[in-house]
Design a protein around this ligand. Structure first.
Ligand code: NAD
Ligand code: AHE
Ligand code: ZN
Length: 369
């Protein structure tokens, strides 16, 4: 079939709206009509050319929501008309990782997914006979996409898809990092670096966990209002303080944060986030994605004296099992998505979404079809 899609032909180039060819779903695959998709910083990261797995031409997008149009051979858990959120972290429930009970990082199709391919090693998208690669197993910047059955969470049909798409990445990542990865306890002091969609969702998760001090950190002062709305008790702009951000947080928290979260993708901040944690027990969670070649460093003494460095992908959430519950929490008013959607625009205007992100003017832009 012919479908409209935003194609990234090469690194650093604006996306181009094209009519591309899409083959139907093969065994274990599902054709999904995408209704809406958020634009996450990770899309910009890959588009910029610094992602070691970046491959072009590609259809980006991994924060979408849509409706099942057709199922391929052997698909049993979904049918035409089901409402779904595509998962870049699948859940096969049979691989060593899924069965471990220790991680959400299902590895069933990770190898082909990282190469922009469907599990059988081919692409469904093409233009003039030349393959166009998939992205993160989802490619939600297309009006129709083909996704593995294990990469789809079935959700409540009453949920507005132009809002719950944010649960396909940003919001789930932030809330999950607090509740699953850090397991923040009531009264704990937390510091959050970066007030984009991810950082604000960490703040939201911290509020849900009844954290004590919730310190929001960003170099863009316009983020303060939203951070406080989501539950931040303090806002710090590192450019406007005397001394270092580490000393500043240590003072604010009487010895250091119990938990910190890096939500920018900057290795200098990752070090600061670790070192502003409390001696003896403070835990720092890396969420931000740093470019190829970047490395983190600290004095090992920081770890010897009890600080813990961790990372979190998709908030440690097992998508097929847990995401429907996140959607329900939104429907019950327990998770705020609406305030995170700064702009909603037709897919034709997707490049504006990237501009707004880079200019610090949006939390999330949602593109619709
Ligand atoms: P975003 O661009 O919306 O927000 C980033 C924020 O960081 C902005 O508010 C910006 O002003 C702030 N910032 C930039 N430099 C800063 C500095 N030096 N000090 C303090 N604040 C600074 O990005 P986002 O969509 O929220 O994503 C954040 C990061 O999380 C990205 O690296 C993204 O790739 C990553 N991410 C990771 C996961 C995961 O599962 N681990 C999931 C989603 C996104
Ligand atoms: N190809 C990238 C991977 C970057 C990365 O860490 N991605 C996160 C999700 S970011 C969503 O916005 C993730 O889930 N990682 C686990 C995985 O298996 O990719 C790179 O830098 O190599
Ligand atoms: Zn994302």
């Amino acid at each position: 079939m012919k479908v409209k899609a935003a194609v990234a032909w090469g690194p650093g180039q604006p996306l181009s709206i094209e009519t591309v060819d899409l083959e139907g779903p093969k065994k274990g695959e599902v054709l999904v009509r995408i209704v809406a998709s958020g634009v996450c910083h990770t899309d910009a990261y890959t588009l910029s050319g610094v992602d070691p797995e970046g491959i072009f031409p590609v259809i980006l997008g991994h924060e979408g929501a849509g409706i099942v149009e057709e199922v391929g051979e052997g698909v049993t858990s979904l049918k035409k008309g089901d409402h779904v959120i595509p998962l870049y972290t699948p859940e096969c429930r049979t691989c060593k990782f899924c069965l471990s009970g220790k991680t959400n990082l299902c590895q069933r199709i990770r190898e082909t997914q990282g190469k922009g391919l469907m599990p059988d090693g081919t692409t469904r998208f093409s233009k003039d006979g030349k393959p166009i690669f998939h992205y993160m197993g989802t490619s939600t910047f297309a009006e129709y996409t083909v996704v593995a059955e294990i990469s789809l969470a079935k959700i409540d049909e009453k949920a507005p898809l132009d809002k719950v798409c944010l649960l396909g990445c940003g919001v789930t990542t932030g809330i999950g990092a607090v509740l699953n990865t850090a397991k923040v306890e009531e009264g704990a002091n937390i510091a959050v670096f970066g007030m984009g969609g991810i950082g604000l969702s960490v703040i939201q998760g911290a509020k849900m966990a009844k954290a004590g001090k919730i310190i929001a950190i960003d170099i863009n002062n316009s983020k303060e209002e939203m951070a406080r709305k989501f539950g931040a008790t303090d806002f710090v702009n590192p450019k406007e303080i005397e001394g270092t951000i580490v000393d500043h947080i240590v003072k604010l928290t009487d010895g250091g944060a119990d938990y910190s979260f890096e939500c920018v993708g900057n290795t200098t901040l990752m070090r600061q986030a670790l070192e502003c944690c409390h001696k003896g027990w403070g835990e720092s969670i890396i969420i931000g994605v740093a470019a190829a070649g970047q490395e983190i460093c600290t004095r090992p003494f920081q770890l010897v004296t009890g600080r813990v460095w961790k990372g979190s992908a998709f908030g440690g959430v097992k998508g097929r099992t847990e995401l429907p519950g996140y959607v329900n929490q939104y429907m019950e008013g327990k998770i705020n998505l609406d305030d995170l959607v700064t702009f909603t625009m037709p897919i034709e205007e997707i490049n504006k979404a990237f501009d707004y992100m880079h200019e610090g003017k949006s939390i999330r832009s949602v593109v619709t079809f």
